[in-house]
Write a protein that binds this ligand. Structure first.
Ligand code: TGC
Ligand code: FAD
Length: 390
């Protein structure tokens, strides 16, 4: 990992500002020093490495684009993407923690919360003093979150929350959860639930073969009394959680490039050094085909992410454009991980190299934040005007 060379075949660096490169390089250095050396052991033990929370906050990974007055880094969308790219070069599970904290917890409090909620939570989330989770998915409602059954009733001076969320990143250790639930009229609202509220538990989900360095769990609400001031007042309906997903999916479109870069870089170096039949395996056409296709796909993904970032900076990126990039870039990364693993032969299956870990992680990334198939259907709907979901 110390030797990592970031591919930049089309001189995309020339299109970045000095600030973009400074933010990117700081994140890259930090990942090299603090994540790469410890991440394999954390993944093997299936433990989230809590020791890196402070560093994540310092590189601006918690709320990169949240204004500085709320403790965020006040950066643009391209800097946000580059930070996600560098973190995921280390590990998709670590990037998940940053995505959830930034786009799924800080974003809704910033956009849909009131001033008191912003001041109470955002600065502490930005430093990692508070860690957050986002509860949308339920046991019986994954791709179809609009069918959720988690609900709350108005009890005069508080709300009474009941239901359960499943597959929730950061749940086992979160201090607060942004939870999506229906009111008595069936309208979806966001509520901030705090650890310690009676009837709120967060059991961990064990035995994952993927995203092992990220803690996943359930959020269970059994007659939880939620103070009325914890309701996010400024947006309701399914569009509210989906708006958060737009921001997280955009970050994933960049993040996946980081995982792919690490696999490509590792495979290229290995192919040049590994001798079989008296020659480096990089000299054989079959291996060159794999490597040449990898750098081509990475370059296309970089250009797609950068253009999407420009559109996002201008406030013009559509949800469907974001879906296309999330789907394409994660698919690109998982295919590269599979090919890169083969280039390493038997060594590819070991924890000596990062490739197999990336490959297994990406099985979650291709499923969460909207599956590969769901994003295809979103593109299908956008170009035909006909929904094929239902
Ligand atoms: P549909 O009728 O199409 O839409 C309902 C309302 O939402 C609006 N909308 C959006 N708004 C903002 N952003 C988007 N991307 C939006 N997409 C739709 C829409 O305009 C409508 O508004 P209104 O005012 O008319 O009510 O909804 P549907 O029930 O047909 O479902 C559509 C579908 C399938 C695309 C959507 O539900 C979906 O995206 N499903 C996938 C679910 C998903 O992505 N779950 C992710 C959970 S969180 C997670 O995985 C975190 S992983 C950890 C990490 O990030 O690392
Ligand atoms: P399902 O919706 O049951 O889908 C199963 C299969 O059916 C998929 O292949 C899907 O593409 C396909 N399918 C579904 N509907 C259709 C259709 N209409 N047409 C064609 N095919 C269809 N959620 C959160 O809320 N917060 C989190 O922090 C979070 N973190 C996660 C972390 C991990 C490690 C994982 C694995 C998941 C996480 N999720 C989280 C949940 C994730 O968003 C869901 O797993 C995902 O949305 C898919 O839902 P599902 O697993 O219920 O699959």
């Amino acid at each position: 990992a110390d030797l990592f060379q970031a591919p930049d075949y089309y001189h995309i660096d020339d299109l970045l500002t000095d600030e973009h490169k400074m933010v990117r390089d700081a994140a890259r250095d930090w990942v090299k020093r603090e994540v790469s050396p410890i991440i394999e052991e954390a993944a093997q033990k299936a433990e989230f490495p809590k020791s890196i929370v402070k560093g994540l906050a310092e590189i601006g990974a918690f709320g990169p684009y949240i204004p500085e007055e709320y403790g965020g880094a006040g950066l643009d969308q391209i800097s946000y993407g580059l930070i996600m790219q560098e973190i995921e070069r280390g590990d998709s599970g670590v990037r998940s923690t940053a995505s959830v904290q930034s786009s799924l917890v800080m974003y809704p409090i910033w956009k849909y919360g009131n001033e008191e909620q912003r001041k109470k939570y955002l600065p502490k989330l930005a430093t990692g003093e508070f860690m957050g989770s986002f509860g949308l998915t339920e046991p019986d409602h994954g791709s179809n979150p609009g069918g959720m059954i988690t609900n709350f009733k108005d009890k005069g001076d508080h709300y009474l929350l009941n239901g359960a969320k499943m597959w929730i990143s950061n749940a086992p250790f979160c201090d607060i959860a942004v939870v999506w639930a229906k009111n008595e009229e069936g309208r979806i609202h966001g509520l901030i639930v705090e650890r310690g509220m009676e009837g709120f538990t967060t059991p961990e989900t064990h035995n994952k073969w993927s995203l092992r360095a990220s803690a996943t769990g359930e959020l269970i609400f059994n007659d939880v009394k939620v103070p009325k001031e914890n309701l996010l007042p400024n947006k309701t309906g399914l569009g509210a959680p989906l708006g958060c997903l737009d921001s997280a999916r955009y970050g994933i479109a960049w993040g996946a490039i980081g995982a792919a870069m690490d696999c490509y870089d590792t495979a290229l170096r290995y192919a040049k050094e590994r001798i079989q039949f008296d020659k480096p395996i990089a000299s054989y056409q079959l291996q060159q085909k794999k490597l040449a296709e990898m750098i081509t796909e990475i370059t296309k993904a970089q250009l797609m992410a950068l253009r999407l970032g420009q559109l996002k900076n201008e406030g013009k990126a559509t949800s469907a454009q974001i879906s296309m990039a999330k789907r394409n870039n994660v698919d690109m990364a998982i295919k590269i991980a599979r090919e890169a693993r083969q280039i390493l032969g038997g060594m590819g299956i070991t924890g000596e190299y990062s490739i197999m870990r990336h490959m297994m992680n990406l099985e979650s990334v291709i499923t969460y934040e909207g599956t590969h198939d769901i994003h295809l259907l979103i593109t299908g709907l956008d170009i035909t005007g006909i929904s094929a979901f239902k």
